[in-house]
Design a binder for this molecule. Structure first.
Ligand code: GRF
Length: 232
């Protein structure tokens, strides 16, 4: 049995951090359930109590942990500091022992200490062709530019926001007169393909996050990022 075959028989344990609707989480749940992606989602952490992503995880029987950034009780309405969130999230991740942590629509900025102490490598899904348009409002910003292409990226999380090694990108052509909302919807369809595809490469050992291919050791692999034209 080859190394890749033996790796793929043991599912990759994945923890997912979310803040919103969780459509990307749903894609991962569906791919796990259908057997098309060799992963086991060991748990989902949300910083938003009402996030529909939490409902999606619960419906799939996946463990959830909510560390809301808005407190209740006598301190109602006070914002939970990022350090407090990170202390809770860190303890939870240590319990779940994931092989990979996926930020899928997670909207808080994590500290360098949390990232370096995390029990597994961490990747993020970002709605732009990094290094262009780090941060928020990427669709509106690209429409104000002369760019003719847009898309999304999966990258390694580092202390600097949206600046870690880009692993994979999906591209589309911007349409004339396209609104930010329409563009966002089209990019999200790309996200739903590029995220599971990248995780598949990691699960199969093609992409080793601790030993990423470079020009020196790439063998037959092309240099990162892998770019897929997924426009339709
Ligand atoms: C995605 O568009 C992602 O690019 C951004 O947040 C959104 C999450 O969507 N960071 P969902 O919660 O997976 O539906």
């Amino acid at each position: 049995m080859s190394a890749i075959q033996s790796l793929s028989t043991k599912p990759l344990k994945v923890a997912v951090l979310v803040s919103g609707s969780g459509s990307n989480l749903q894609v991962l749940i569906d791919a796990m359930t259908s057997g098309s992606l060799p992963i086991e989602i060991v748990g989902v952490i949300s910083n938003v109590k009402e996030a529909y992503a939490v409902t999606r995880a619960e419906q799939a029987g996946i463990a959830t942990a909510v560390f809301s950034h808005i407190t209740e009780g006598e301190n109602a309405g006070k914002r939970m500091g990022i350090k407090t969130f990170e202390r809770h999230a860190s303890a939870q991740l240590t319990e779940w022992q994931p092989d990979l942590i996926v930020l899928a629509g997670f909207m808080r900025v994590l500290s360098a200490d949390f990232i370096s102490a995390a029990p597994a490598p961490m990747i993020n899904l970002h709605p732009s062709l990094l290094p262009k348009y780090k941060g928020l409002d990427t669709h509106a910003r690209v429409l104000e530019s002369d760019d003719i292409h847009h898309g999304c990226s999966v990258h390694v999380v580092t202390a600097e926001l949206d600046a870690g090694q880009v692993l994979a990108q999906a591209l589309l052509a911007i349409k004339p007169e396209e609104t930010a909302e329409a563009l966002q919807a089209r990019v999200q369809k790309l996200e739903h393909q590029i995220l599971p595809w990248t995780i598949l490469l990691i699960a199969q050992g093609v992409l080793d996050l601790e030993n990423l291919p470079s020009h020196e050791n790439a063998n037959c692999l092309p240099a990162l990022p892998y770019q897929l034209w997924l426009d339709s």
